[in-house]
Write a protein that binds this ligand. Sequence first.
Ligand code: ADP
Ligand code: MG
Length: 304
Amino acid sequence: MEEEWVYCEMPSGKYCELETLLGTTPITLAIRMSGGDNKQLFVKQLETQEKTTKEAEILAHVMGHPNVITLHHHSTETCKLYFEYASGGDLQDLLDEHGFAESHTILVMRTLLKALCFLHKIGIVHRDLKPSNLVFMDSTDISSLKIADFGISTFLNAPGANSTSGTRGYQAPEVYSGKGYGMKVDVFSVGVIAYCLLFSDRMPFGKEDSGPSLIPLVFPDDVPLSPLARDFLSKLLEFDPEKRPTAEEASRHPWLAGLSFHREQQRKSSYHDTYHFFKGSKGVDMNMESGDFASQNYVLRKNK
Ligand SMILES: Nc1ncnc2c1ncn2[C@@H]1O[C@H](COP(=O)(O)OP(=O)(O)O)[C@@H](O)[C@H]1O
Ligand SMILES: [Mg+2]
């Protein structure tokens, strides 16, 4: 792909844009030329002005939370959204590299649910939570995770909020049953993400395009999993939304509260591959208490 810097002027300053590749996906990055901060931005090109306005409107409501992506500005004319640049990649990239130990999944879940509680409190349902829509500002810090891609997010009371949308496999059963749904569709997706992390990208109900049917939830027996982790997954992956916890309730699940029990399990059971990996990498000490985890940085990917 040919890379070419293009100079452009926006109401908020002057930028240079560069078309480049993120893996195999063409993306545009922009560098602010004025204002003295030389900030790198991530540019998302949309197909229509309508989509641009809609995504920008939702983003205007969610900005300011440390775990939600910040939109710097947008151009309806060119259908471009200019975001802060998350240089740590997305969660799917990390999953493609390795599975996650329970301790790291707990940290991802805590951060993700904290941001989701915020979205739900202001009445927004994301509707497309999945690893590729969760980005990291810093690849060495799980708490730098941010929810991105509000392309199909909506206010729950908006017209069309009950339409079938999202990515099969991550969707709650009520989304495509056509019976109407609420905020808890996001909680189901969080459950699918947790399952993918713990079981090295395996989906709880089959492939991405199949979606959950009435097959029971099973846990692969080649990965040791604590009873609390099983309980967390079973509760979030509950088919009946009435019985499924809210984001707030899920964030108070005892599995997320502490790591002592988990540490004990890891000592007893044969170790996760990733445990060996993380043990050898900077910053993760499985003997730490949960409070210590929150205050430290963690290496998420191998140093290449
Ligand atoms: N602010 C950002 N900084 C860096 N990369 C990002 C950012 N937002 C998204 N991405 C990357 O670009 C991909 C596509 O962006 P996304 O908003 O999910 O658009 P789409 O609607 O095409 O899925 C994401 O999966 C992620 O890898
Ligand atoms: Mg996306």
